[in-house]
Design a protein around this ligand. Sequence first.
Ligand code: SAH
Length: 225
Amino acid sequence: MTPLNHGSLTSDNRAAERKQMVEKQLVPRGIKNEAVLKSMLRVPRHLFVPDRVQAFAYHDGPLHIGEGQTISQPYIVALMLELLAPAPADRVLEIGTGSGYAAAVLSRLTAMVYTIERLANLADKARARFRALKYDNIEVRVGDGTRGWPGEAPFDGIIVSAGAPVIPRTLREQMKPGGRLVIPVGDKNHQELLLVRRKPDGGFTEEISEVVCFVPLIGQEGWDS
Ligand code: SAH
C-alpha cells in the first residue's frame, strides 16, 4: 500500500490537541462562528510548522516559521476569520501566506482562496502543504500583496496577515460592495485589528476589534523593506 496522504494519517493523532485548542483557547475568548471552530478542529496545524517546533503547534501563541516570520496564534486566526465572516460561495484574498495555515483554515469555509506571499521560499512550502492535504481551492502567488490580485478582483473578503501602516488603497478598491477587509493597522510593534466593510453604495465603514502584534507588511503600499 502506498503511504497515505499524511494529512489524514497524522491529523488524527493530534485531534485531541486540536479539540483542547478550540475548547480552551478559542471558545472561552468568545469565538462563536461554528464553521470557523469546526475548520480549526480539522486542519492539522502541526503540519504547517517546522519540525523543530511541531510539539508546540497547538500552544496558545505564535511560532517562528523561518525567514523571520511567524504563524499567528490560533486565537488570532480564529478572530480574523470570525470578523471576515466568509460565506461558502465567497472568493477571498489573503495577503501574507506565511506557513499557509490561515489560508488552509479559510479554504474549508469558502469557495476559493487566493493568497500572496512576498517570500518565495515560504510560498513554495505552503503550496506543497496544500497539495499534500489535497486542499485544491487555494492559489498561491509570490509578490507584493499590497497591490492585491487584479486578475481575480473584486473579492468578497480580504484578510491581511501582516501589520500595515495604513489601509492600502488598492485593497479597498478590490473589495466588492458588501465585502469585508480584515487588517491590522498601526506601527511596527502594535496594530489595531480593523474590520472594514464596503457598503452597497461603494462607501466604507471601519470598526476596531483588538490590539494585535503582527510582523510588518512590506511593499509598495506598506512598510519599506
Ligand atoms: N497567515 C500566516 C501568517 C503570516 S506572517 C500563517 O497562517 O502562517 C505574515 C507574512 O506576510 C510573512 O510570511 C511575510 O513574509 C508576509 N508579507 C509581508 N509583507 C507582504 C506583502 N506585501 N505581500 C505578501 N506577503 C507579505
